[in-house]
Ligand binder design. Sequence first.
Ligand SMILES: [Zn+2]
Ligand SMILES: [Zn+2]
Length: 116
Amino acid sequence: MSNNAATQPLAIKADREAGRLVLEWADGHVTEYDSEMLRLMCPCAFCQGEGGHSGWLETSPTLTAIQTQLVDLHLVGQYAIAPVWGDGHDTGYYTFTALRATCPCLTCAAERLNPA
Ligand SMILES: [Zn+2]
Ligand SMILES: [Zn+2]
């Protein structure tokens, strides 16, 4: 368990209307994912592959509106969230660490290009 403020969310908001996930971190940073981007990051074995088998997402599938529809969000312990998608898919556990590490905002993108 990490006490790092950068990977500890104070608030997690699933905006189903806009199809967005917003995470507010303990260090004051805010991370926003649109639902399609989030769906493409699904870390489960089916989507990303496992043990040498390629995953569904590696076949570059065309995602349907249903497949990128965020219908619900479950908290997994104290370390991850599991979104529920319109097609019923809910096996992807997105850890807070990973969600922060891949934050798509300009500040974080620039930091990943030029680590301080
Ligand atoms: Zn998946
Ligand atoms: Zn960021």
